[in-house]
Design a binder for this molecule. Sequence first.
Ligand SMILES: [Zn+2]
Length: 71
Amino acid sequence: MKLEAWCEMTRLRVEEYQCPCCGQTFKTDVPVMTKDSFGLQSPIHECGNGYWTAVMRPRTADAKMFWDTII
Ligand SMILES: [Zn+2]
């Protein structure tokens, strides 16, 4: 799926993320889908697994209720 179509479907926007480790700026332009969320993730780069971010949106009613309680 194209990024634009993904953003439209999930109503997510590509955000910028500055890595606190190397200071580089990345865009969250990698579509991801988990069991209960849609998201856009920044690429995992040489700083490793701990240094990326994602914007997520719940897919299911249950997940949405859960998210509503923590946000
Ligand atoms: Zn980094």
